[in-house]
Design a protein around this ligand. Structure first.
Ligand code: UDP
Ligand code: MG
Length: 319
Protein backbone atom coordinates (compact mmCIF):
# COMPACT_ATOMS: atom_id res chain seq x y z
CA UNK A 1 0.00 0.00 0.00
CA UNK A 2 2.12 2.91 -1.17
CA UNK A 3 1.64 6.21 0.60
CA UNK A 4 -1.77 5.80 2.10
CA UNK A 5 -2.45 8.63 4.53
CA UNK A 6 -2.42 7.70 8.17
CA UNK A 7 -4.95 8.68 10.79
CA UNK A 8 -4.52 8.19 14.53
CA UNK A 9 -7.34 8.18 17.05
CA UNK A 10 -6.47 9.15 20.62
CA UNK A 11 -8.76 8.08 23.45
CA UNK A 12 -8.13 9.13 27.05
CA UNK A 13 -9.80 6.75 29.48
CA UNK A 14 -10.16 6.91 33.23
CA UNK A 15 -12.20 4.08 34.75
CA UNK A 16 -14.01 3.31 31.53
CA UNK A 17 -13.96 -0.51 31.51
CA UNK A 18 -17.65 -0.74 30.66
CA UNK A 19 -17.73 1.83 27.88
CA UNK A 20 -14.47 1.00 26.08
CA UNK A 21 -15.43 -2.28 24.34
CA UNK A 22 -18.60 -0.68 22.98
CA UNK A 23 -16.76 2.40 21.79
CA UNK A 24 -14.01 0.27 20.26
CA UNK A 25 -16.48 -1.67 18.14
CA UNK A 26 -18.15 1.50 16.92
CA UNK A 27 -14.78 3.10 16.16
CA UNK A 28 -13.57 0.10 14.22
CA UNK A 29 -16.78 -0.02 12.18
CA UNK A 30 -16.14 3.54 11.11
CA UNK A 31 -12.39 3.32 10.61
CA UNK A 32 -12.62 0.16 8.50
CA UNK A 33 -14.66 2.03 5.95
CA UNK A 34 -12.17 4.89 5.59
CA UNK A 35 -9.56 4.87 2.88
CA UNK A 36 -6.79 5.46 5.42
CA UNK A 37 -4.30 3.55 7.50
CA UNK A 38 -5.46 3.90 11.05
CA UNK A 39 -3.92 3.58 14.45
CA UNK A 40 -5.70 3.76 17.80
CA UNK A 41 -3.94 5.06 20.87
CA UNK A 42 -5.73 4.34 24.12
CA UNK A 43 -4.38 6.20 27.12
CA UNK A 44 -5.15 4.71 30.50
CA UNK A 45 -5.05 7.69 32.82
CA UNK A 46 -4.23 5.72 35.98
CA UNK A 47 -7.56 3.91 36.12
CA UNK A 48 -8.44 1.99 39.25
CA UNK A 49 -10.87 -0.45 37.65
CA UNK A 50 -10.14 -3.05 34.96
CA UNK A 51 -9.63 -0.52 32.17
CA UNK A 52 -6.03 -1.64 31.54
CA UNK A 53 -6.96 -5.34 31.24
CA UNK A 54 -9.83 -4.43 28.96
CA UNK A 55 -7.42 -2.45 26.81
CA UNK A 56 -4.90 -5.32 26.72
CA UNK A 57 -7.71 -7.52 25.42
CA UNK A 58 -8.54 -5.01 22.68
CA UNK A 59 -4.87 -4.72 21.70
CA UNK A 60 -4.42 -8.47 21.55
CA UNK A 61 -7.33 -8.73 19.13
CA UNK A 62 -6.29 -5.88 16.86
CA UNK A 63 -2.79 -4.98 15.71
CA UNK A 64 -3.75 -1.37 15.13
CA UNK A 65 -4.26 -0.69 18.83
CA UNK A 66 -1.46 0.98 20.78
CA UNK A 67 -1.64 1.36 24.55
CA UNK A 68 -0.21 3.92 26.90
CA UNK A 69 -0.56 3.79 30.64
CA UNK A 70 0.31 6.77 32.81
CA UNK A 71 1.90 6.27 36.21
CA UNK A 72 -1.16 7.70 37.97
CA UNK A 73 -4.26 9.76 37.25
CA UNK A 74 -3.02 12.98 35.66
CA UNK A 75 -6.36 14.28 34.44
CA UNK A 76 -7.85 14.39 30.99
CA UNK A 77 -5.83 17.30 29.64
CA UNK A 78 -2.52 15.57 30.35
CA UNK A 79 -3.77 12.15 29.26
CA UNK A 80 -4.71 13.63 25.89
CA UNK A 81 -1.33 15.35 25.67
CA UNK A 82 0.45 12.07 26.38
CA UNK A 83 -1.52 10.32 23.64
CA UNK A 84 -0.99 13.11 21.13
CA UNK A 85 2.74 13.12 21.85
CA UNK A 86 2.89 9.57 20.51
CA UNK A 87 1.04 10.21 17.28
CA UNK A 88 3.21 9.91 14.19
CA UNK A 89 0.33 9.88 11.68
CA UNK A 90 -0.74 12.58 9.23
CA UNK A 91 -3.68 13.59 11.40
CA UNK A 92 -5.15 12.69 14.76
CA UNK A 93 -8.66 12.55 16.16
CA UNK A 94 -9.40 13.04 19.83
CA UNK A 95 -12.50 11.35 21.14
CA UNK A 96 -13.96 10.63 24.59
CA UNK A 97 -13.98 7.05 25.81
CA UNK A 98 -17.56 7.18 27.05
CA UNK A 99 -19.26 7.36 23.65
CA UNK A 100 -20.56 10.89 24.14
CA UNK A 101 -18.75 11.93 20.98
CA UNK A 102 -20.14 9.86 18.09
CA UNK A 103 -17.39 8.08 16.10
CA UNK A 104 -19.82 8.09 13.19
CA UNK A 105 -18.84 11.73 12.63
CA UNK A 106 -15.23 10.86 11.84
CA UNK A 107 -15.72 10.48 8.05
CA UNK A 108 -17.05 14.07 7.98
CA UNK A 109 -14.00 15.26 9.92
CA UNK A 110 -11.72 13.47 7.49
CA UNK A 111 -13.55 14.94 4.50
CA UNK A 112 -13.01 18.49 5.80
CA UNK A 113 -9.37 17.70 6.53
CA UNK A 114 -8.92 16.55 2.93
CA UNK A 115 -10.43 19.85 1.84
CA UNK A 116 -7.47 21.49 3.52
CA UNK A 117 -8.63 22.29 7.06
CA UNK A 118 -6.08 21.80 9.82
CA UNK A 119 -8.48 21.61 12.73
CA UNK A 120 -12.01 20.25 12.46
CA UNK A 121 -13.92 20.40 15.72
CA UNK A 122 -17.31 19.19 16.82
CA UNK A 123 -19.71 21.76 18.23
CA UNK A 124 -22.50 20.46 20.42
CA UNK A 125 -26.01 21.51 19.52
CA UNK A 126 -27.67 19.26 22.06
CA UNK A 127 -26.47 17.68 25.28
CA UNK A 128 -28.60 14.75 26.16
CA UNK A 129 -28.44 13.12 29.54
CA UNK A 130 -26.85 16.10 31.27
CA UNK A 131 -28.69 18.13 33.88
CA UNK A 132 -29.71 21.77 33.49
CA UNK A 133 -27.09 22.88 35.98
CA UNK A 134 -24.24 21.34 33.97
CA UNK A 135 -25.59 22.66 30.71
CA UNK A 136 -26.24 26.09 32.20
CA UNK A 137 -22.83 26.39 33.81
CA UNK A 138 -21.10 25.19 30.65
CA UNK A 139 -23.07 27.75 28.65
CA UNK A 140 -22.04 30.54 31.02
CA UNK A 141 -18.42 29.39 31.06
CA UNK A 142 -18.05 29.53 27.29
CA UNK A 143 -19.50 33.01 27.23
CA UNK A 144 -17.27 34.32 30.02
CA UNK A 145 -14.08 32.87 28.61
CA UNK A 146 -15.08 34.00 25.12
CA UNK A 147 -15.17 37.55 26.47
CA UNK A 148 -12.00 37.38 28.53
CA UNK A 149 -9.65 35.41 26.32
CA UNK A 150 -7.69 36.97 23.48
CA UNK A 151 -7.50 33.58 21.80
CA UNK A 152 -10.93 32.91 20.33
CA UNK A 153 -12.40 29.80 21.99
CA UNK A 154 -15.41 28.49 20.08
CA UNK A 155 -18.54 28.02 22.14
CA UNK A 156 -19.95 24.65 23.13
CA UNK A 157 -16.94 22.88 21.71
CA UNK A 158 -15.35 20.01 23.57
CA UNK A 159 -12.15 18.16 22.82
CA UNK A 160 -13.71 16.05 20.05
CA UNK A 161 -11.72 17.11 16.99
CA UNK A 162 -9.34 16.28 14.19
CA UNK A 163 -5.93 17.93 13.93
CA UNK A 164 -3.57 17.89 10.98
CA UNK A 165 0.12 17.09 11.26
CA UNK A 166 1.25 20.69 11.39
CA UNK A 167 -1.40 21.58 13.98
CA UNK A 168 -0.20 18.61 16.07
CA UNK A 169 3.41 19.72 15.73
CA UNK A 170 2.47 23.21 16.84
CA UNK A 171 0.50 21.88 19.79
CA UNK A 172 3.44 19.65 20.73
CA UNK A 173 5.57 22.74 21.22
CA UNK A 174 3.28 24.10 23.91
CA UNK A 175 4.63 22.48 27.05
CA UNK A 176 2.90 24.55 29.69
CA UNK A 177 1.96 22.60 32.77
CA UNK A 178 -1.40 24.12 33.35
CA UNK A 179 -2.99 22.86 30.19
CA UNK A 180 -6.32 24.19 29.14
CA UNK A 181 -6.54 22.20 25.93
CA UNK A 182 -9.62 23.91 24.56
CA UNK A 183 -7.60 27.10 24.53
CA UNK A 184 -4.36 25.57 23.29
CA UNK A 185 -6.10 23.93 20.33
CA UNK A 186 -7.25 27.33 19.19
CA UNK A 187 -4.09 29.21 20.05
CA UNK A 188 -2.48 27.15 17.29
CA UNK A 189 -4.70 28.76 14.68
CA UNK A 190 -4.43 27.60 11.03
CA UNK A 191 -7.58 26.82 9.10
CA UNK A 192 -10.30 25.64 11.45
CA UNK A 193 -13.89 24.63 10.87
CA UNK A 194 -16.77 23.32 12.95
CA UNK A 195 -19.16 20.44 12.52
CA UNK A 196 -22.34 20.48 14.56
CA UNK A 197 -23.44 17.35 16.39
CA UNK A 198 -25.71 16.20 19.15
CA UNK A 199 -23.89 15.07 22.25
CA UNK A 200 -25.18 11.68 23.35
CA UNK A 201 -25.50 10.47 26.94
CA UNK A 202 -22.69 8.32 28.36
CA UNK A 203 -22.60 4.65 27.32
CA UNK A 204 -21.81 3.56 30.87
CA UNK A 205 -20.35 4.78 34.13
CA UNK A 206 -20.51 8.28 35.55
CA UNK A 207 -18.92 11.59 34.62
CA UNK A 208 -15.52 12.18 36.21
CA UNK A 209 -16.16 15.89 36.48
CA UNK A 210 -18.14 16.99 39.50
CA UNK A 211 -18.97 20.64 40.02
CA UNK A 212 -15.93 21.33 42.16
CA UNK A 213 -13.64 19.89 39.49
CA UNK A 214 -15.47 21.83 36.80
CA UNK A 215 -15.11 25.04 38.79
CA UNK A 216 -11.35 24.50 39.10
CA UNK A 217 -11.20 23.63 35.44
CA UNK A 218 -12.94 26.92 34.64
CA UNK A 219 -10.47 28.83 36.84
CA UNK A 220 -7.56 27.13 35.06
CA UNK A 221 -9.06 28.03 31.72
CA UNK A 222 -9.56 31.67 32.61
CA UNK A 223 -6.19 32.17 34.29
CA UNK A 224 -4.26 30.46 31.51
CA UNK A 225 -5.90 32.42 28.73
CA UNK A 226 -6.61 35.79 30.25
CA UNK A 227 -5.13 38.32 32.63
CA UNK A 228 -8.43 40.20 32.76
CA UNK A 229 -9.02 39.34 36.46
CA UNK A 230 -5.74 41.07 37.36
CA UNK A 231 -6.81 44.15 35.47
CA UNK A 232 -10.25 43.96 37.05
CA UNK A 233 -8.55 44.03 40.46
CA UNK A 234 -6.75 47.22 39.44
CA UNK A 235 -9.95 48.87 38.29
CA UNK A 236 -11.75 47.78 41.43
CA UNK A 237 -8.96 49.40 43.43
CA UNK A 238 -9.12 52.63 41.41
CA UNK A 239 -12.91 52.80 41.70
CA UNK A 240 -12.79 52.27 45.46
CA UNK A 241 -10.09 54.89 45.87
CA UNK A 242 -12.14 57.43 43.93
CA UNK A 243 -15.26 56.73 45.95
CA UNK A 244 -13.20 57.01 49.13
CA UNK A 245 -11.82 60.37 47.99
CA UNK A 246 -15.28 61.77 47.28
CA UNK A 247 -16.51 60.53 50.61
CA UNK A 248 -13.49 61.99 52.42
CA UNK A 249 -14.22 65.42 50.90
CA UNK A 250 -17.80 65.13 52.06
CA UNK A 251 -16.73 64.23 55.60
CA UNK A 252 -14.24 67.10 55.81
CA UNK A 253 -16.70 69.68 54.47
CA UNK A 254 -19.39 68.45 56.79
CA UNK A 255 -17.03 68.67 59.79
CA UNK A 256 -16.04 72.26 58.83
CA UNK A 257 -19.58 73.53 58.56
CA UNK A 258 -21.47 71.45 61.06
CA UNK A 259 -18.79 70.72 63.64
CA UNK A 260 -17.55 67.27 64.48
CA UNK A 261 -19.19 65.56 67.42
CA UNK A 262 -17.74 62.01 67.72
CA UNK A 263 -20.09 59.97 65.63
CA UNK A 264 -20.06 57.67 62.69
CA UNK A 265 -18.91 54.36 64.11
CA UNK A 266 -21.19 52.41 61.78
CA UNK A 267 -19.88 54.25 58.70
CA UNK A 268 -16.32 53.68 59.79
CA UNK A 269 -16.89 49.98 60.31
CA UNK A 270 -18.60 49.71 56.93
CA UNK A 271 -15.71 51.44 55.19
CA UNK A 272 -13.05 49.38 56.95
CA UNK A 273 -14.79 46.10 56.23
CA UNK A 274 -15.46 47.06 52.63
CA UNK A 275 -11.85 48.05 52.02
CA UNK A 276 -10.61 44.92 53.76
CA UNK A 277 -12.82 42.79 51.52
CA UNK A 278 -11.66 44.51 48.36
CA UNK A 279 -8.03 44.07 49.35
CA UNK A 280 -8.48 40.39 50.10
CA UNK A 281 -10.20 39.80 46.77
CA UNK A 282 -7.40 41.53 44.91
CA UNK A 283 -4.80 39.53 46.86
CA UNK A 284 -6.65 36.31 46.08
CA UNK A 285 -6.66 37.09 42.38
CA UNK A 286 -2.93 37.80 42.46
CA UNK A 287 -2.45 34.57 44.44
CA UNK A 288 -4.23 32.54 41.75
CA UNK A 289 -1.76 33.72 39.15
CA UNK A 290 1.21 33.46 41.47
CA UNK A 291 0.35 29.85 42.34
CA UNK A 292 0.27 28.95 38.68
CA UNK A 293 3.55 30.71 38.10
CA UNK A 294 4.98 28.61 40.92
CA UNK A 295 3.72 25.39 39.32
CA UNK A 296 5.24 26.41 36.03
CA UNK A 297 8.59 27.33 37.57
CA UNK A 298 9.13 23.85 38.97
CA UNK A 299 9.60 22.53 35.43
CA UNK A 300 8.39 19.05 36.24
CA UNK A 301 7.62 16.70 33.37
CA UNK A 302 3.99 16.94 32.29
CA UNK A 303 3.25 13.27 32.94
CA UNK A 304 5.03 9.98 33.57
CA UNK A 305 4.54 6.85 31.53
CA UNK A 306 4.13 3.47 33.19
CA UNK A 307 3.79 1.34 30.06
CA UNK A 308 3.82 1.91 26.30
CA UNK A 309 2.81 -0.82 23.91
CA UNK A 310 2.91 0.26 20.28
CA UNK A 311 0.42 -1.45 17.98
CA UNK A 312 1.88 -4.39 16.08
CA UNK A 313 0.72 -2.84 12.81
CA UNK A 314 2.46 0.45 13.46
CA UNK A 315 4.12 0.94 10.09
CA UNK A 316 7.73 -0.21 10.21
CA UNK A 317 10.28 2.32 9.04
CA UNK A 318 11.30 1.77 5.41
CA UNK A 319 14.22 -0.68 5.00
N1 UDP B 1 -10.88 11.30 31.65
C1 UDP B 1 -9.51 11.06 31.81
N2 UDP B 1 -8.93 11.39 33.01
C2 UDP B 1 -9.62 11.96 34.04
C3 UDP B 1 -11.00 12.22 33.85
C4 UDP B 1 -11.59 11.88 32.64
O1 UDP B 1 -8.86 10.55 30.91
O2 UDP B 1 -9.03 12.23 35.08
C5 UDP B 1 -11.53 10.93 30.37
C6 UDP B 1 -12.74 10.04 30.53
O3 UDP B 1 -12.40 8.69 30.62
C7 UDP B 1 -13.52 10.37 29.29
C8 UDP B 1 -13.20 11.83 29.02
O4 UDP B 1 -12.01 12.10 29.77
O5 UDP B 1 -13.08 9.61 28.18
C9 UDP B 1 -14.32 12.76 29.46
O6 UDP B 1 -14.64 12.54 30.81
P1 UDP B 1 -16.13 12.59 31.34
O7 UDP B 1 -17.03 11.84 30.43
O8 UDP B 1 -16.12 12.16 32.77
O9 UDP B 1 -16.45 14.14 31.26
P2 UDP B 1 -17.82 14.81 30.77
O10 UDP B 1 -18.16 14.20 29.45
O11 UDP B 1 -18.82 14.50 31.82
O12 UDP B 1 -17.50 16.26 30.69
MG1 MG C 1 -18.39 12.24 29.08
Amino acid sequence: MPNRQRLAVVVAAYNEQAALPVLHRRLMDVLDRLDLDTQLIYVDDGSRDDTWDTLLGLAAADARVALLRLSRNFGKELAMTAGLDRVDADAAIIIDADGQDPPELIPQFVARWREGYDVVYGTRTEREGEGWLKRGSAHLFYRVIGRLSHTPIPRDTGDFRLMSRRALDALGQLRERQRFMKGLFNWVGYRQCAIAYERAPRLAGASKFNYWRLWNFALDGITSFSTAPLRAATYLGVATAMLAFVYACFVVVKALFLGDPVQGWPTMMAVILFLGGVQLIALGVIGEYLGRLYDESKQRPLYLVDAWQPGAATPAPPP
